[in-house]
Structures are given as structure tokens and as C-alpha cells.
Ligand binder design. Structure first.
Ligand code: NAD
Ligand code: GLY
Length: 372
């Protein structure tokens, strides 16, 4: 078992990672079930694959479990499903001292975290993430949200979990496309400030994606440690540190918006393409060696991820994409911060980017690699 602390004073918690951890969930989560029961929120897909094993582990520790099973997919991060969830939690008599379990991917984690931040003015929750994306990113750090008419993740809160329990074995049932999308977020940590980790991923990424459990556990622990460091330094994204986690997200957000935040382009796929674009844009501005940009794109493409707008299925021109970016919540004070790179492991926040340059860059990208 690898245990990684997230140091946030009174809101500190641990992330525990071990192959087989799900089977020990009863003993590992007993401290969060003082009334001898746990409400477990999950989605239908995860329920079919993993709820029986999770429930059996709670049974073995004599912890009663009350499941709430929601529809899978991004559409569940909505006012309507939030209302359903909050009503169900209240019907089950949730108390502030309870810890609700979020068993699922980033959708369940974000939704349950938000519900727990408002129900009874805030109750506890525990993350048991079941996608690679959720294991290396969304389950740690306390960002919670739902989507609204105005856009994605625009209503939410910072509400830290009390504990995160990660079992890499649950990834066995994850579709390869979802696995690759989560892998983009793993690569992100190498690109932000850890060139040695990127080297390691180049050497081991193929075997990791093919199913090597030891490599998966190592990459998850390394990623969680990176995220924990960043969150501890800048919990509310006000000090310019946590913003580094948005590498690839400004370009990626525009691609997601253009594809309707749908299965046409998964979040991690958009981030992968966004990171490749951010590196090529950095190279074009003379900030980074073009060879680094090529290396990044080669590694992401080898993982089956899109690295051009054409591969992401986006035909829009630069002006349309920049308009999507300007609509993004990460805009502050009328300016759009961009995450650019001086090389692999050398990401920084640039606030002096001329949006006209971005439009021209994206138009040139489109011309260089037209959609079929
Ligand atoms: P998801 O939760 O929709 O999961 C993807 C799909 O995989 C779903 O259909 C789900 O049912 C299925 N699934 C989950 N675990 C499975 C398993 N073990 N086996 C088989 N199927 C499984 O998507 P995601 O990629 O995990 O998360 C995306 C969400 O995370 C987005 O809403 C995004 O905004 C959010 N996010 C939040 C943060 C944060 O810091 N809070 C960070 C990144 C992303
Ligand atoms: N995934 C971005 C963050 O947690 O800040």
C-alpha cells in the first residue's frame, strides 16, 4: 500500500493506493462509517462491474451499505441529477458526520463531492475512483462541479474528500479509449515540471496501457504525489501554481466545446490534443525546441490519442475556437491565460498572448492537417 498525504491543515487527508484495495474497503473505510453504514453513490456501469465486490468488502467488516445508482455519463453532472441525488441522500437520513462514498469516475466524483458540500451545509465524502482520469486527477484536490446551460463545471465548490482509496485493478474493466484518455492526464504531470517522469512514460507507457499492474500503480502514485504537492501549494488556484494543471485545457476546452462536450471527443482526448497544440504554439513562438513538441505529439499519438485538430474531428477555424476559449471560466479580468512550455517539464503561465496570434496559429494548423 502506498499512502500519499495531501497536506491542507485541518482539511488534510491521505490517498491510499494498492492493487486489491477494493477488497479491503471495509477495513480501510471503517473509520468513515461511525454509524456502521455507508451511503455508496455510483453509476450503472460501475455498479455492474464493481458494486458487488465493494459491497462484499463492506459486508465483511459489518458495515451496512446503502447504494444510490445514477445514470452514467457527463449528462449526470446536471441540476436535475444533483436534485435527485440530494433528495435521495436526505431520504436516507444523511448527517453531517456521515461520509458518502463516490464510487466511479470523475462524473460521479464531481457530482457527489458537490452534493456533499451543500447537503446539511456540508457532509463528508470519500473518493473511490474507478477511471484512470479520476485516479490520477479528479479524485484529489477537492474541485467539485456540475455543468449548466452556460457551460461545463460552472457551478461547484472546493470540498476536499476525507480519504481517497485507489485500486488500480478496477481499471481492468475500463474501455481502452477511456484508459487512454486518462493517460493524457498522467503525461500532463511529466510535461508540467517532471521531465524524468516523461522519460519514464516513454519507456513504460506502452506496457502500462497494455495492462501491467505494477507500472500502472507506479504511474498513479507518481501522478497523485504530483497533484498532492500542487494542491497543497495552491488549494484554490489563486497563487498561479494549481493553474499549471490546466496545461492543454485552454486549447482542449475549445475543441470540447466545438464537439459539443460529447463522446465525439473525451475530456482526456481534448487535453492530449490541447497539450500537443500548446507545445507546437510554444515552439512557433521560439519558446521551446520544436523537437520537444514533436516528442510530445509522438508519445501521445502512440497512446492512441489525437494530437491534431483533424484527429480530434474538429474542422472549425481559429476565430471560432478562440471564441470558445474566451467563454471558458479560466478567463480572468478579461485576459486569457495560456499554459505554454519552455520544454518538456517547463510549463509556465503566459498572460501576454495575443489572441490574434492564436487564431493565426490554429488556422495554420488546420491548413497543414485538413480533416479527411
Ligand atoms: P466518467 O466518470 O464519465 O467515466 C467514464 C466512463 O467510464 C463512464 O461511462 C463510466 O460509467 C465508465 N467507468 C468508470 N469506471 C469504470 C470501470 N472501472 N470499468 C468500466 N467502466 C467504468 O468520466 P471520467 O473521465 O472519469 O471523468 C470525467 C469528468 O471528470 C468530467 O466531468 C471532468 O470535468 C471531470 N474532471 C474533474 C476534475 C476535478 O479536479 N474535479 C479533474 C479532471 C476532470
Ligand atoms: N484538474 C485540475 C485541478 O484539479 O485543478
Amino acid at each position: 500500500m502506498t499512502t500519499i498525504p495531501v497536506a491542507l491543515g485541518a482539511r488534510s487527508y491521505e490517498v491510499a493506493i494498492a492493487a486489491g484495495a477494493l477488497d479491503e474497503a471495509g477495513t480501510r473505510l471503517a473509520a468513515y462509517a461511525p454509524r456502521g453504514r455507508l451511503i455508496v453513490v455510483t453509476d450503472e456501469t460501475v455498479a455492474a462491474a464493481w458494486l458487488p465486490a465493494f459491497a462484499a468488502a463492506l459486508d465483511a467488516a459489518a458495515i451496512a451499505h446503502l447504494p444510490i445508482v445514477l445514470p452514467p455519463g457527463e449528462a449526470s453532472k446536471s441540476w436535475a441529477v444533483l436534485e435527485t441525488l440530494v433528495d435521495r441522500l436526505l431520504d436516507l437520513g444523511v448527517e453531517r458526520s456521515d461520509h458518502v462514498v463516490a464510487l466511479g469516475g470523475g462524473v460521479i466524483g464531481d457530482l457527489v463531492g458537490f452534493a456533499c458540500s451543500i447537503v446539511k451545509r456540508g457532509c463528508g465524502f470519500v473518493q473511490v475512483p474507478t477511471t484512470l482520469l479520476a485516479q490520477v486527477d479528479s479524485s484529489v484536490g477537492g474541485k467539485t462541479a456540475i455543468n449548466t446551460r452556460a457551460g461545463k463545471n460552472l457551478v461547484g465548490s472546493f470540498h476536499q474528500p476525507a480519504h481517497v482509496l485507489i485500486d488500480p485493478l478496477v481499471l481492468e474493466t475500463l474501455p481502452p479509449r477511456e484508459l487512454a484518455a486518462g493517460y493524457a492526464e498522467v503525461v500532463k504531470y511529466g510535461l508540467i515540471d517532471d521531465a524524468l517522469f516523461f522519460d519514464w512514460l516513454e519507456a513504460n507507457g506502452g506496457a502500462l496501457l497494455a495492462g501491467d499492474i505494477r507500472l500502472r500503480a507506479h504511474a498513479i502514485a507518481h501522478s497523485v504525489a504530483a497533484k498532492a504537492r500542487i494542491v497543497a501549494a495552491d488549494e484554490r488556484e489563486t497563487a498561479g501554481v494549481r493553474a499549471l494543471l490546466n496545461l492543454g485545457h485552454t486549447f482542449g476546452h475549445a475543441l470540447e466545446a466545438e464537439t459539443g462536450f460529447s463522446n465525439r471527443l473525451l475530456h482526456g482526448e481534448a487535453v492530449a490534443c490541447g497539450m500537443a497544440l500548446a507545445f507546437r504554439f510554444s515552439a512557433e513562438r521560439g519558446l521551446c525546441d520544436p523537437a520537444d513538441a514533436e516528442r510530445v505529439a509522438r508519445h501521445l499519438a502512440a497512446a492512441g490519442l489525437p494530437t491534431t485538430m483533424a484527429a480530434a474531428g474538429v474542422e472549425a477555424g481559429g476565430d471560432v475556437l478562440v471564441a470558445h476559449m474566451a467563454h471558458d471560466k479560466k478567463r480572468t479580468g478579461g485576459r486569457l491565460p495560456f499554459l505554454l512550455a519552455r520544454g518538456i517539464g517547463g510549463t509556465f503561465v503566459a498572460s501576454d498572448v495575443d489572441l490574434g496570434d492564436v487564431v493565426a496559429f490554429l488556422d495554420a494548423e488546420r491548413a497543414a492537417c485538413p480533416t479527411a
